[in-house]
Design a protein around this ligand. Structure first.
Ligand SMILES: Cc1cc2nc3c(=O)[nH]c(=O)nc-3n(C[C@H](O)[C@H](O)[C@H](O)COP(=O)(O)OP(=O)(O)OC[C@H]3O[C@@H](n4cnc5c(N)ncnc54)[C@H](O)[C@@H]3O)c2cc1C
Length: 264
């Protein structure tokens, strides 16, 4: 079947076109691979709306246009807390094209940027409908809504946010797993712990076990050991060419412990 590309000047028009079926194209690092392999066919919808690449500070934090690339993130001073995450995605060519919106719906083992967004409690601004927590979007990945932007809060204390990626090839290998943590401390105790994993399930997700182990605790050797032990509770990591499910379970707690020790 031939591929037909439609270009729209607004996201609303793109949304309407997608209502009749088709695939949205952002940076195309994955969609174009699908086109070349004959897996993506039919109508491809893209949008040239300048808002898609806008990164702006708001009273709530920073609004990142969904079409912003990893290179755009790295060029933004307001997003310095996300620079280590963007820098860990692919090589320079991939970072020049890979968008934040595309990362939300990239299949396993991709989605490293989304892991950080989930830990930070980011919200997706949809073209149709109100804002939704990024983690909620993970449940509708089979039929993703068109995302216009992401709202993310800057951590008040930079030490409260931590990020780690484990890959076999350094510096630009794909994730064996990735971890992001937001551990705000009040009176020396963790409040509202958020820990997200990448490549430990079908999509980026939170570790309820590790979060429970840290909630209300001082970040010390005892709570860190408990969090590491509980890291995989309820998770079913996939087996792929990079690592088996067993291996991911074995090492996830070890890497979480290392990250938490750095943040203590
Ligand atoms: C060599 C290589 C290395 C890579 N390394 C990494 C890595 O280290 N870490 C990592 O996380 N990923 C990696 N990726 C995967 C990918 O490049 C990124 O996840 C990237 O962010 C995807 O963005 P894109 O704009 O290219 O998406 P596209 O290919 O354009 O789209 C991907 C999917 O998202 C949907 N989509 C895109 N934008 C939106 C939107 N605004 N609203 C709704 N749906 C949308 C598309 O319809 C499609 O289903 C790699 C890819 C390659 C080819």
């Amino acid at each position: 079947m031939a591929v037909q590309v439609q270009t729209h000047s607004s996201l609303i028009a793109a949304q309407q076109a997608l209502g009749q079926g088709g695939t949205y194209l952002a940076g195309g690092t994955l969609v174009m691979r699908g086109v070349n392999a004959g897996e993506v066919q039919g109508v491809i919808v893209r949008a040239t709306d300048p808002e898609l690449r806008r990164i702006a500070s708001t009273s709530e934090g920073v609004r990142i246009g969904a079409g912003s690339t990893m290179a755009d993130i790295l060029a933004s001073r307001d997003l310095d807390f996300l620079h280590p995450v963007a820098r860990a995605i692919g090589g320079p060519q991939v970072r020049a094209m890979a968008t934040v919106g595309g990362n939300l719906f990239a299949p396993h083992p991709y989605g490293d940027f989304t892991v950080a967004l989930i830990a930070l409690g980011a919200r997706a601004v949809l073209v149709q409908g109100g804002p939704r927590p990024v983690e909620e979007l993970m449940r509708v990945r089979a039929r993703p809504p068109l995302v216009a932007a992401i709202d993310v809060m800057r951590p008040r204390d930079m030490r409260a946010f931590g990020w780690l990626k484990v890959s076999r090839i350094k510096p630009k290998g794909v994730s064996v797993l990735s971890i992001a943590a937001l551990l705000v401390r009040e009176g020396g105790r963790v409040r509202g712990a958020r820990i997200a994993f990448g490549a430990m399930g079908a999509h980026p997700l939170r570790s309820a076990g590790a979060e429970r182990a840290l909630e209300g605790q001082a970040l010390d050797a005892t709570s860190i050991a408990r969090a590491a032990q509980a890291a995989c509770l309820g998770l079913e990591p996939p087996t792929d060419a990079l690592a088996s499910s067993w291996y991911r379970r074995e090492v996830a707690g070890v890497h979480l412990r290392r990250l938490l020790e750095q943040m203590a």
